[in-house]
Write a protein that binds this ligand. Structure first.
Ligand code: SF4
Length: 61
């Protein structure tokens, strides 16, 4: 499982950057980018996004 950002929906509002307790999200080249080495998958950023751009995704086999 991981957290992913939909580049079509992300408007770089930055809400996720501010709310992430692990400081795992940064804006890189106009897209919210999640550092998987810091993310603990708490899901706090998902409802924080006003554009519904963040979601859980199953790891690909
Ligand atoms: S799931 Fe939690 S730790 Fe991971 S990026 Fe979102 S707010 Fe940060």
């Amino acid at each position: 499982m991981k957290i992913v950002v939909d580049p079509e929906k992300c408007r770089t509002s930055g809400n996720c950057v501010v709310i992430c307790p692990e400081k795992a999200i940064s804006i890189v080249d106009g897209l919210a980018t999640i550092d998987e080495t810091k993310c603990d998958l708490d899901g706090i950023c998902i409802p924080a996004c006003p554009h519904d751009a963040i979601r859980y995704e199953e790891d690909q086999e």
